[in-house]
Design a protein around this ligand. Sequence first.
Ligand SMILES: Nc1ncnc2c1ncn2[C@@H]1O[C@H](COP(=O)(O)OP(=O)(O)OP(=O)(O)O)[C@@H](O)[C@H]1O
Length: 635
Amino acid sequence: MSAQTETHGFQTEVSQLLKLVTHSLYSNKEIFLRELVSNAADAADKLRYKALESADLYEGDGQLRVRLSVDKDAGTLSIIDNGIGMTRDEVIEHLGTIAKSGTADFFSKLSGDAAKDSQLIGQFGVGFYSAFIVADKVTVRSRAAGYGADAGVEWVSAGEGDFTVTNIDKPERGTEIVLHLRDEEREFLDEWRLKQIITKYSDHISIPVEMWEAGTPEREEDGETIAATEGQWSAVNKATALWTLAKSEISDDDYKAFYKHVAHDWDDPLIWAHNKVEGKQEYTSLLYIPSRAPFDLWNRENQHGLKLYVQRVFIMDEAKQFLPQYLRFVKGLVDSNDLPLNVSREILQDSKVTQSLRSALTKRALSMLSKLAKDDAAYQTFWDQFGAVLKEGPAEDMANQEAIAKLLRFASTHSDEPTANVSLEQYVARMKAGQDKIYFIVADSFNAAKNSPHLELLRKKGIEVLLLSERIDEWLMSHLTEFDGKALVSVTRGDLGLDDLSDEEKAEQEKQEADSKPLLARFEASLGDKVKAVKVSHRLTDTPACIVADEHDMSSQMIKLMQAAGQSVPQVKPIFELNLTHPLVHKLADEQDEDRFGQWAQLLLSQATLAERGSLEDPSEFVNQLNSLWLDLSR
Ligand SMILES: Nc1ncnc2c1ncn2[C@@H]1O[C@H](COP(=O)(O)OP(=O)(O)OP(=O)(O)O)[C@@H](O)[C@H]1O
């Protein structure tokens, strides 16, 4: 075969990434070795899996390992594995492009400010490209398992816009990455330094990381002859898959380092749970909660799920079947003894074993979160990153609704601060004597919720209201209707059911309602079919009127969501509530001119609609109403 050297340009995003890599990741440059060794371990896992079907792929060499080799004269450090290797096409694809969905979008968000971008880059994960933190030229030689020696390929790049690929002979299967270190990076030629990095980051990956141990010549010591030893490759890491060890043998640092390998993350996890289960089902799980959301958390094609092992053999990445969608931020692995080694995604889908693992792992993940919730600061970090995902839970997983509900956090009128840090349990503990409902409001923004007229009376009575303003909240609250035996009630719909009135107050209210009947009838007559009904309000103090949704009608917030999604929304007429104690309403009651009364009533309704929905169906009608009344007043 001819050498066929070709030059390829990097995908634009790779070029951008490479430019950023050196200066933004320099402060933590040693991680390049963790990334490359992690890739080698993944390549070993993939080969083991493929070899389950055809053992020939081992080509007589089933001892999978990665070796570090240093050439001080040449100034190179090589990372050599005998894993699955890559074909020419794979090399071009994997080392020239980034396959993650949403990449272009992500790169368009980079600001050019190195400090800020380095945070983002860490979150994105640079993997192989981290080689360029320390190298000014990288040579990759690879040959895929199952191909002939002449199927080797050499990839060379200085990390500046392009790379070349050439066909080569490569008898050994696997991938060799040669880093031509920059002059100032010669510390990575030092074996002691390399060992230190491997022990720090790669002690518990499942394959040995080997370094060459030089032999010693025959020598005399205290009159005795000590035989010469031959040089040999020897492992510098422990090379036992971390999750197979007893918990007592694993340090926190081990867990953290292993997390970075399985999750391809650069930051420490917030918490983890490692469990071995024996009996009816046998499995080991190691679950982690990341401290930062991945850049593509909201991307529909976002890859997530656990790594699946069967009897210690890696089977697949991103097995989504083991956790529900609303826990898609959980990282880690499950190693099952009950699934067959030849399990496929299709088999997983309908397997009973999968079902019971899924329900067990869901409970584990939730209990790990409730453990995390004992640490307020750490839980707040979690909540700020992933709270909106967890909010999908009550709709998706009825069986665990109560447990999920305990993990939710809200802003509330207790502090009137935007930080969502109030749990339902805290709310319930603070409920007023006689209060039997949990009140909430969903609005477009925190401020809209906080300043809503619907809260006026509740505030006066010192009753706490949860303030919700995320897109998902309306959906969440339509599924979460009860907590701890108490109904969750929106303050913008139906009757608030504040039953703590004294008999006198009740009598007073009833009298007020009876007295106001003629006034309400006047309003009804002039507003016609624009409203469903006109009622006396028991929630306002400072605002003359508001609109509320009827008990079973769609709320304003839901209408807005549906309209934003381009869906047609059925006409929902609001209930118009009047605050009889407000001076404007008194004034109106005294108005004798029925035409004028009608104009004012329309204006009040438009105002209340605007305050509630943020927009009007016919804004110019509102402007006309206002202007004509203005003229009228100035006459
Ligand atoms: N030593 C290797 N042997 C075989 N394939 C490899 C090796 N190193 C990298 N690859 C291939 O190149 C791809 C890209 O690697 P890279 O490290 O950039 O990203 P990744 O490991 O997929 O994800 P991340 O960016 O999160 O680390 C890998 O998915 C793998 O297919």
